[in-house]
Design a protein around this ligand. Structure first.
Ligand code: FAD
Ligand code: SF4
Ligand code: SF4
Length: 1019
């Protein structure tokens, strides 16, 4: 986030390096005349190239529309210039934030204005007034991080707020799980600077009715805007009041009920002014473009407390919502049996469900209270449970005479409480388990969003859901029902295959039935995510012709030529048009996939898996995790997993003129993926971009050949072996004047990078020379310690430490002559060579494992290669066997608790008592094996601070490559910042990470954790 007028993000654009062979664009440029004109008019960037247009053709919805081009405005003047220019030529314009919308309101045939690049600044916080002013591109998460210092927050909390922007929250009138307390975004809008359809800028905010009338008298564009709004408040009030549902959650159509309500309140003497800016809330970019917003803020609650109630089934749970609301909770969230069953079957959530819920749980309600203190929170939970689940309420905690009660029967059969933050997080994790499970399908049938946020008054939920299930059944499908039961807004994503004509008809049938129900139960077609392409056509049905005409009249006045996001809210967008996957969709990768894909639909299923949620656009500071380091470094859509996935799918489904294996596509889209596997774990759908990349690179090599550098890096084991044999001569390259420049020019190895120092005596040589192992082979545990390339030839001290530690734990160690794991070849897309290596390693190790040996590796990426990636390269029972019995060194110690034998409890006087900051390897994070080292280090006496860090940016050979050096550094900067703010020695198991951290001026190369364990043993 940048602060307007200064304090710009210090990170440097990696593409600015003269050697970088990418500029985030590609393919042919559409309408170059338009580009030249716009470039001459504005300071911001203008991109109408094919790649960029593809990247902005989707959002998180089921829709796809290629825009005319994309502009990244720097200020309001840029926006005005674009709007004026487009208005003169009748070119549509579409403002965009994070592009996380679920209804298709952020895709259109228009010039897209992306505000998240430059117009993402915080202008001012007025803590006394509890107000903040910001540009529309600021992420809510970043805004709240700043506000937290004042004990304040922007209260509406859409689930993806760490990735979505303020302009988007205004555009969608967003809210979140706590809407029971906070309502929607409209309630917090104080003033908006808006660029209107004719290119004029105006500030809307509080206004007295007298002033409003005075302005409405002017015979100007603005005068007509004020007059139109006045007419709505005065003439159409009754029509609007009777047509809008009485709901906390309704974001369908324009936000006119609030306008009418505020006007009435002024007339009744309950308020002095009406806030006209709030009309823009939920207008989805169709009425004006917000260029600055002043919003009011709320204090952060002192603390929270939660209760979990378990039920036999969903309907019983929903019957309990109305009585629970009498206890004034901040949130009531529901999960149904479909989700719980799916969660039980996953490795990620299965344990959580089993541990948290009793057998027979068919549905769960999570109830959260805001509280002034822990005691207050406990009291509120106790009061709820005394009434709703007395059997599990803490006896005596609530005075029976002095507590709120309901007449409702007890329906739940079990309850649990959570007060500490970690316990509450577990409950919320359970609630959020739904999305990844539902969205992880690689089949053609997908749980798509089109009626996923219908809402009804909560007291109608039981009948409404029963009827909804019948609608789904009639249409031959099912869905799970979860989310915001408190305000009556459930997420319902039916399983539909829109690649077939039948599927599209099924979609329409469901929507017809669902909207009938919504009307029957006095609900709303959209309780949260907006109209967009999915729901615009239902607004006529929901509100009736008269209100729909009011919408159109308002639109006509503010945007007379319908240039602002045309077709949406009150336009002609149809639910089944412009689907991302429609019956005409075709997919042809242009090559035969070489890897094994065990997911449904194989390679194609994975290439189509990203649903565009934008989860990979979250920053390190607020989102954490690994995904996606290149986006975090470059702040560019094409550098996010979503950008890559969209570009790849477009190239393979004929939406791009280039093929996925074309050099330009590979350089711009695939090569920059560092293969960290962050997305396989952090993405809710577990998109495996590293594996997709390996396939594309392999096919690219086949079509276009390989370079010397690629071969050198793919065969790094061979290169390192010769480096070792020729050491110390091989290590003198750095000292020869001009040698590094020559190396960069000829081979493409960045001149700034220190080359690895090869050791004359490899680890394997040392091991052989040191004589028989102790303990002898008869020991209870026997380990084959694999000499991976780096520990063998450049960093043997790591492996030596591993030997000492293993032997101290009474493990017999042998070093097998097995060669490299094939990791380097795999990373560079040499899949044939990698498969050969994999087969060789498996054939060598399997009999030893059957004989009782375990395999241990010091380098995490090699360990994960064997544990995880081999299954994509070779098949057979031996692959699974070898994967199962292979461990990284600290994993081995931890899993078998071998370090406990050292008896180095932290209070032991021989324990090291040193503070360490631990940067885990991203491949281990992706495979959930990252925690082991921290556990071991702590048990041998270190104080360890595990970083929530992303990839180090070195990523094997990536950081050595001249054209990627700047990107590698930009990624690394994020880690450097984290490491440097902690007063502790860094440790990192990955050789690349240690090199990256040690390659900074004045920095020492960190240790591998096993070296610190070894040091602790040494006393
Ligand atoms: C996993 C997931 C969970 C979600 N959970 C929630 C939730 O809990 N609650 C919720 O409300 N939504 C939710 N959403 C939907 C979406 O994330 C939110 O509505 C979010 O606030 C949209 O912000 P954005 O920056 O992505 O906006 P975008 O999608 O970029 O834009 C949203 C709309 O606002 C308009 N717009 C953007 N900027 C401007 C501007 N400067 N001026 C005028 N109009 C503008 C756009 O044209 C578009 O119509 C969720 C989405 C996903 C994928
Ligand atoms: S890659 Fe994953 S996180 Fe990113 S947009 Fe796609 S589905 Fe969402
Ligand atoms: S593998 Fe890493 S760099 Fe590549 S897309 Fe996934 S998270 Fe981003």
């Amino acid at each position: 986030m940048a602060t307007e007028g200064g304090d710009e993000r210090t990170r440097v654009d990696p593409a600015a390096d003269g050697r970088a062979d990418y500029d985030y664009t590609g393919g042919s440029v559409d309408r170059p005349g338009l580009v030249a004109d716009l470039e001459a008019l504005i300071d911001g960037e203008v991109r109408f190239d094919e790649f960029t247009r593809t990247l902005y053709a989707t959002d998180a919805s089921a829709y796809e529309v290629t825009p005319i081009g994309v502009v990244f405005p720097t200020d309001t003047a840029d926006v005005v210039a674009v709007m004026n220019y487009c208005e003169e030529r009748a070119i549509p314009v579409l403002p965009r934030g994070g592009g996380t919308s679920l209804a298709g309101q952020t895709v259109n045939e228009a010039v897209v204005l992306d505000f998240t690049h430059h117009m993402d600044g915080l202008v001012e916080i007025d803590a006394d007034m509890r107000e903040a002013t910001a540009q529309p591109g600021v992420r809510l998460g970043d805004l709240n991080a700043e506000l937290a210092e004042e004990g304040l927050k922007f209260a509406p909390d859409p689930a993806w707020g760490d990735k979505s922007a303020l302009g988007g929250a205004i555009g969608n009138n967003s809210t979140g799980s706590h809407s029971l307390v906070y309502g929607k975004t409209d309630a917090y809008i104080e003033e908006l600077e808006v660029v209107l359809g004719n290119g004029t800028v105006h500030r809307f905010g509080e206004i007295t009715i007298e002033e409003w009338r005075r302005r409405a008298d002017a015979d100007t564009f603005l005068g007509r805007v004020y007059a139109e709004l006045l007419e709505i408040a005065e003439e159409n009030a009754e029509t609007i009041r009777s047509a809008y549902p009485e709901l906390k959650r309704n974001v369908s159509g324009y936000n006119l009920d609030r306008l009418v309500e505020e006007y009435r309140a002024v007339e009744a003497g309950d308020r002095e002014t009406v806030n006209l800016a709030r009309v823009f809330a939920g207008s989805e970019g169709t009425l004006g473009i917000v260029t600055e917003a002043t919003v009011s803020l709320e204090p952060i609650p002192e603390t929270k407390a939660m209760a979990l109630l378990a039920y036999d089934d969903l309907i019983t749970a929903l019957e309990d919502v109305a009585p629970i609301l009498e206890f004034d909770p901040a949130a009531v969230e529901v999960l149904d049996d479909v989700l719980l069953d799916l969660a039980r079957d996953t490795s990620e959530f299965g344990e959580l469900v089993e541990e948290t819920l009793p057998e027979g749980t068919g549905s769960v309600l999570l109830v959260e209270f805001y509280a002034e203190s822990d005691a207050d929170g406990r009291q509120r939970v106790a009061e709820l449970l005394a009434d709703r689940q007395p059997a599990t309420a803490v006896e005596g905690s609530v005075d029976a005479d002095d507590r709120p009660t309901t007449d409702a029967p007890v329906r739940s059969f079990y309850a649990a409480e959570a007060h500490a933050e970690a316990d509450r997080e577990r409950f919320w994790k359970l609630r959020k388990s739904g999305l990844p499970i539902l969205l992880g399908r690689t089949t053609d049938e997908k749980h798509i969003s089109f009626i996923e946020d219908t809402a009804v008054p909560p007291e109608h939920l039981p009948e409404y859901v029963a009827d909804f299930k019948a609608v789904l059944e009639e249409n031959g499908t099912f869905a799970s029902f979860y989310a915001h039961a408190g305000p009556g807004c459930l997420h319902i994503r039916p399983l539909v295959n829109t690649k077939t004509v039948d599927g599209v008809e099924q979609m329409r049938g469901i929507a017809e039935g669902a909207t009938d129900l919504v009307l029957e139960y006095d609900g709303s077609v959209s309780g949260e995510h907006g109209d967009g392409r999915a729901r615009t056509e239902w607004n006529r049905k929901l509100y009736g012709e008269a209100v729909f005409e009011v919408f159109r009249s308002l639109k006509n006045t503010l945007d007379p030529w319908w240039l602002l996001n045309p077709g949406q809210v009150c336009g002609d967008a149809e639910m089944t048009e412009n689907l991302r996957f429609d019956p005409d969709y075709e997919f042809d990768p242009g090559f035969e996939p070489a890897l094994q894909w065990d997911n449904d639909n194989g390679f194609q299923g994975m290439a189509e898996l990203c649903h565009g949620c934008g989860g990979c656009r979250g920053p390190q500071e607020t989102t954490g995790g690994v995904m996606c380091p290149t986006y975090r470094a470059a702040d560019e859509e094409i550098q996010s997993t979503r950008g890559r996935a969209n570009a790849l799918r477009a190239a393979m489904s004929g939406d791009l003129d280039v093929e996925a294996t074309d050099p330009e596509f590979v350089a711009e889209v695939m090569d920059l993926c560092v293969g960290c596997k962050g997305c396989t774990n952090d993405c809710p759908s577990e998109v495996d971009m590293a594996k997709l990349k390996a396939e594309v690179e392999y096919a690219h090599h086949r079509d276009h050949g390989t370079s010397l550098r690629e071969r050198l890096f793919a065969e790094i084991d061979w290169t390192a072996k010769w480096g070792s044999r020729l050491a110390p001569l091989a290590n003198r390259v750095d000292a020869i004047p001009g040698a590094r420049t020559l190396l960069e020019k000829t081979v493409g190895i960045a001149r700034e990078r220190a080359l690895p120092t090869f050791r004359r005596e490899s680890f394997a040589d040392w091991f052989e020379a040191r004589g028989p192992a102790v303990p002898a082979e008869a020991a209870e545990r026997r380990v084959l310690l694999l000499p991976d390339t780096f520990t063998n030839y450049t960093d043997p001290e790591v492996a030596k430490a591993a030997v000492r530690v293993l032997e101290a734990a009474d493990v017999h160690v042998e070093v097998p002559d097995v060669g490299s794991s094939g990791r380097a070849a795999y990373s560079k897309g040499f899949l044939g060579a990698a498969a050969e290596r994999a087969q060789d390693v498996v054939t060598t190790l399997a009999p030893r494992i059957e004989d009782g040996w375990d395999v241990v590796v010091c380098e995490p990426s090699d360990a994960v290669m064997i544990q995880d990636d081999y299954a994509s390269l070779v098949s057979g029972a031996d692959v699974d066997l070898v994967g199962e019995y292979t461990y990284s060194i600290c994993e081995y110690l931890d899993v078998h608790r071998l370090d406990e034998a050292f008896d180095l409890a932290p209070d032991d006087e021989t324990a090291p008592d040193e503070a360490l900051v631990y940067h885990g390897h991203c491949h281990q994070k992706a495979t959930k094996r990252d925690h082991h080292a921290v556990g071991v280090l702590r048990r041998v006496g270190y104080e360890v601070d595990p970083l929530d860090s992303t990839c180090c940016g070195m990523a094997g050979s990536f950081g050595y490559e001249a054209e990627h050096y700047s990107m590698s550094q930009a990624i690394g900067e994020q880690l450097f910042e984290q490491v440097d703010t902690v007063d502790a020695d860094p440790v990192a198991p990955g050789a690349s990470c240690r090199t990256q951290l040690g390659d900074r001026e004045g920095a020492e190369t960190p240790d591998h954790p096993i070296q610190r364990v070894d040091a602790a043993l040494d006393g």
